[in-house]
Design a protein around this ligand. Structure first.
Ligand code: GLV
Ligand code: MG
Length: 355
């Protein structure tokens, strides 16, 4: 095991100092774009203005013949585009693919200072992160990068799920994990052809009525992803990194997309992928704490003072634990309010609150 004393030493001479804590930056939606599409360069500034994160995707959904064009397109976009306050992430190809070595070498050496996070698909265990951690450190040193590029794993193989805690703890570069339901379904041999969401066959049914055995028995669709999402949230949070819901593939079904995103938000996820521009607004709506909840949380915090003890507010019991729940809500709201003036006003934060 690596000594805890060495954990925060750069992994290559000349690489930047690893971060002791991964800062939370608004990342309610990670908007995917295909940098191999020549029209994209003109669209990215508009997408960045609406998104917390824009991500140049090099992996699945990019045609094999376009892999090099996607990598080169991303370099050009990063070098020539003002993204305003949006972060730039990329999803590189998987570690067993013929493209990954050039993906990492090119991106870190040419646009390493613009890249906030590298998303790594199909991560199976901590050994995958160790490999990328070392390589990125060597490349950062070569390129003279001053701030460490962070890593983000996609949880999309059965083995990755079995090792999720070790993946989260593998490096101080780990920023977060996204849940990848499509590859995960394939890896687990689940019998579904959808990308995320529930399934009409995965249900519970009420017992037959003994008085009326022919009466309709009510059914309700269940969430086949609950176990994995909850485990991912715990693994991330226990290691001081951030959990995200991944793709929702049925673009036309905005209602189910919103439901899936909200279930993830309520469980603790901080954002989701947007794989179509229409999903940017859905993620924004869901992952922005609701105004009434934030105002309520502020009120609980004001009335509880130092957060200890027990009080009743509007007939609801509040104690040290509910104070902490409220603090999560208020702190998330403050981060977003610093970015968006209308939100600051809606939540009722003063300039002093946000200082
Ligand atoms: C995402 O990459 C997924 O496989 O769902
Ligand atoms: Mg995938």
């Amino acid at each position: 095991m690596r000594s805890p004393k060495d954990f925060f030493k750069p992994k290559a001479i000349g690489a930047p100092q690893p971060l002791m804590q991964v800062p939370y930056r608004p990342s309610r939606m990670i908007h995917f774009f295909d940098p191999s599409n020549p029209k994209m360069a003109t669209k990215v500034p508009g997408l960045a203005a609406r998104s917390d994160v824009v991500l140049g995707n090099l992996e699945d959904a990019v045609q094999v013949d376009n892999k090099v064009a996607a990598r080169e397109g991303l370099v050009k976009i990063a070098q020539s585009t003002d993204l305003g306050g949006a972060q730039l992430w990329t999803r590189v190809n998987s570690l067993d693919s013929p493209w990954i070595l050039d993906d990492l070498t090119t991106l870190v050496t040419e646009i390493g200072s613009q890249l906030d996070v590298i998303m790594l698909p199909k991560i199976e265990g901590e050994w995958d992160i160790h490999y990328v951690d070392q390589l990125v450190a060597q490349l950062e040193a070569r390129a003279g990068i001053e701030r460490p590029i962070l890593l983000h794993a996609i949880l999309e193989t059965a083995q990755g799920v079995a090792n999720v805690e070790a993946i989260c703890a593998a490096s101080p570069r780990m920023q977060g994990i996204s849940f990848g339901p499509a590859d995960l379904a394939a890896s687990r041999r689940m019998k579904t052809t959808r990308v995320g969401g529930s399934h009409p066959g995965y249900l519970v049914r009420t017992d037959p009525d003994p008085e009326n055995p022919d009466a309709t028995r009510i059914t309700a669709q269940q969430d086949p992803w609950h176990y994995t999402l909850a485990r991912m949230v715990d693994a991330c949070t226990a290691n001081g990194i951030y959990p995200y819901y991944g793709p929702f593939g049925d673009i036309k079904d905005a209602v189910a997309c919103e439901d899936q995103f909200r279930a993830a938000f309520l469980l603790g996820c901080v954002g989701a992928w947007s794989i179509h521009p229409s999903q940017i607004e859905i993620a924004k709506k869901v992952f922005t704490p609701p105004v009434d909840e934030v105002r309520w949380a502020k009120r609980v915090m004001d009335e509880m003072g130092d957060g200890a003890g027990c009080v009743m507010i509007d007939g609801k019991m509040q104690d040290d634990a509910t104070y902490k729940q409220c603090k999560v809500m208020v702190e998330t709201a403050k981060l977003l309010a610093r970015k968006e003036a209308e939100l600051a006003e809606a939540y009722g934060f003063s300039a002093e609150d946000l200082a």
